[in-house]
Design a protein around this ligand. Structure first.
Ligand SMILES: Nc1ncnc2c1ncn2[C@@H]1O[C@H](COP(=O)(O)OP(=O)(O)OP(=O)(O)O)[C@@H](O)[C@H]1O
Ligand SMILES: [Mg+2]
Length: 295
């Protein structure tokens, strides 16, 4: 059963998402890759969290573990009060389809389906008849500015347009939790702003909980909280909206006029300088699971 008590994390109440001591290791022995090395994350319902970090720091892995698309090697992931790590594959798929929207770094659209059919897919998988749900799919595509491309296949769309179809597909079921892996990575600044506004609306209007990976400090500044990952560790946390992104005290950089976006960019620069690899193209690091498996 899905636990609808999505209250603030605290004694006796469940967070929308709670990850405790999550590790994810690929392979064994000396060739093992440690994607996550004991990460704790707790998100309350109706919150917007950005995840930043150098390429290879574990951001996509964190998102995929949070959404039940990948299984941690150790640790606990509770989504809506349910422990994912002990769940069978079918139960996990059911829970994900009902409650989670996922935007993949590599979009993961089905190439043989039109934009409209791709957006209809999660509704069809939930057993809702396509004919009745078509207006909802069209509205979702309209919201991302693609009302005129309903019948285009992914191969006929630009990267940014495909990214927006992927976002429409993630939002169409109005899920409680939305995980978005670089949802603005292929967009121009104006379209990126529109997409961020859509995510913000899902949080403020529908009470959704958003976990978004981004490399863009301006996108991260739209979130309530920014988490920083480095080499599989959670190393920092800022709260741009409350002003705590602005360092105070000794450093003297907390002077009025310091913008959160600059503080975030500065923090990212200091992490990227610490021996991080250069950023790869979206989707290059890890192939996402096929859409028909992941939806
Ligand atoms: N299936 C896999 N097999 C082996 N290593 C993997 C696998 N998936 C991820 N990794 C490794 O885990 C680490 C974290 O990968 P992840 O994709 O989470 O990084 P990321 O922070 O999302 O990077 P990017 O910004 O480039 O997308 C990387 O070193 C990556 O190569
Ligand atoms: Mg990634």
């Amino acid at each position: 059963m899905w636990n609808d008590d999505f209250g603030e994390p605290g004694p006796g109440r469940s967070a929308a998402l709670r990850m405790t001591a999550v590790t994810r290791r690929h392979g064994r022995g000396r060739s093992a890759v440690h994607a996550l090395r004991g990460v704790d994350v707790s998100l309350s319902a109706g919150s917007f969290t950005a995840v930043m970090g150098p390429s290879g720091s574990g951001k996509s892995t964190l998102l995929q573990c949070a959404a039940g698309l990948d299984r941690p090697t150790a640790g606990s992931v509770r989504l809506g009060g349910q422990e994912l790590t002990r769940m069978g594959r079918r139960a996990l798929t059911r829970l994900r389809r009902a409650h989670v929207g996922f935007v993949f770094q590599s979009f993961n659209l089905l190439p043989s389906l039109t934009a409209e059919q791709n957006v209809l897919l999660p509704l069809r998988l939930a057993g809702r008849p396509a004919r009745r749900e078509r207006p909802r799919a069209r509205e979702a595509l309209d919201r991302v500015g693609l009302a005129d491309r309903l019948h285009s296949r992914p191969g006929e769309l630009s990267g940014g347009q495909q990214q927006r179809v992927a976002l429409a597909r993630a939002l169409v079921t109005e899920p409680e939790v939305i995980c978005a892996d670089e949802p603005t990575g292929a967009l121009d600044p104006v379209t990126a702003e529109d997409v961020l506004a859509l995510l913000r609306d899902a949080v403020d209007g529908l009470g959704a909980t958003v976990l978004m990976v981004t490399h863009d400090p301006a996108a991260a500044a739209c979130a309530d909280t920014v988490l920083f990952l480095a080499d599989g560790h959670l190393v920092d946390r800022l709260e741009p909206a409350s002003g705590s992104a602005v360092p105070r005290g000794d450093g003297g950089t907390g002077a009025p006029g310091v913008r959160p976006v600059d503080v975030i960019a500065d923090r990212m620069r200091s992490l990227s300088g610490a021996g991080a690899r250069p950023r790869s193209a979206p989707g290059a690091a890890v192939p996402a699971p096929p859409a028909e498996v992941a939806l």
